[in-house]
Design a protein around this ligand. Structure first.
Ligand SMILES: CC(C)(COP(=O)(O)OP(=O)(O)OC[C@H]1O[C@@H](n2cnc3c(N)ncnc32)[C@H](O)[C@@H]1OP(=O)(O)O)[C@@H](O)C(=O)NCCC(=O)NCCS
Length: 149
């Protein structure tokens, strides 16, 4: 039977714990970084949407969608649990984030991509706008959202 996947806005204390846990493990510890801040104010700002990908009831991925203009959003801190990467969950997460963003009335998304994730975004239709940065700026228009899974 295929997995049930859905996107959930972080709300409960359990959601916050899962969200921070995935981000700390994947984006900090697995990269040899320290200093992850669970109390960073940006996670609680109005207009910033902390999101969890849930697979069969269990959190498996995160993203945050920051609304920065009437039609523009920035996707930040995208992560899939290490043992579950390269199985299509990142693609599913981004498809659901795009649909969520479209539902908010956004027309374009940006991401400051990790260098080793640039190809991932390219495969999902994102275009590199500024490559000469530590984190290449990539963009995706949302016109076609709703036609994808
Ligand atoms: C980047 C990440 C979110 C992708 O999620 P994922 O579940 O591994 O990706 P998927 O399995 O859905 O892959 C979708 C496609 O992208 C490709 N892909 C995934 N990660 C890739 C990478 N790092 N480099 C090149 N291609 C990649 C897959 O091979 C797949 O290609 P296909 O459709 O031709 O088979 C995940 O690997 C991750 O959390 N990485 C560590 C944190 C990170 O770099 N986050 C991005 C910060 S901007």
């Amino acid at each position: 039977m295929p997995f049930q996947l859905h996107l959930k806005r972080v709300e409960s204390e359990g959601d916050w714990a899962a969200y921070h846990g995935i981000r700390r493990r994947v984006l900090w510890e697995d990269r040899g970084l320290t200093g992850y801040d669970e109390r960073h104010p940006d996670d609680r700002l109005a207009g910033n949407h902390p999101l969890l990908l849930i697979r069969d009831g269990a959190p498996v991925g995160t993203a945050r969608l920051d609304v920065v203009g009437p039609r523009l959003g920035i996707v930040r801190l995208v992560a899939i649990e290490a043992g579950l990467q390269r199985r299509g969950l990142g693609r599913a997460l981004m498809g659901k984030v795009e649909t969520y963003a479209h539902g908010l009335g956004l027309a374009q998304l940006e991401v400051n991509a990790a260098r080793d994730a640039e190809e991932f975004y390219q495969k999902l239709g994102w275009a590199t706008m500024q490559a000469d940065r530590k984190n290449p700026l990539m963009v995706k228009a949302l016109d076609a959202v709703g036609t994808q899974s």
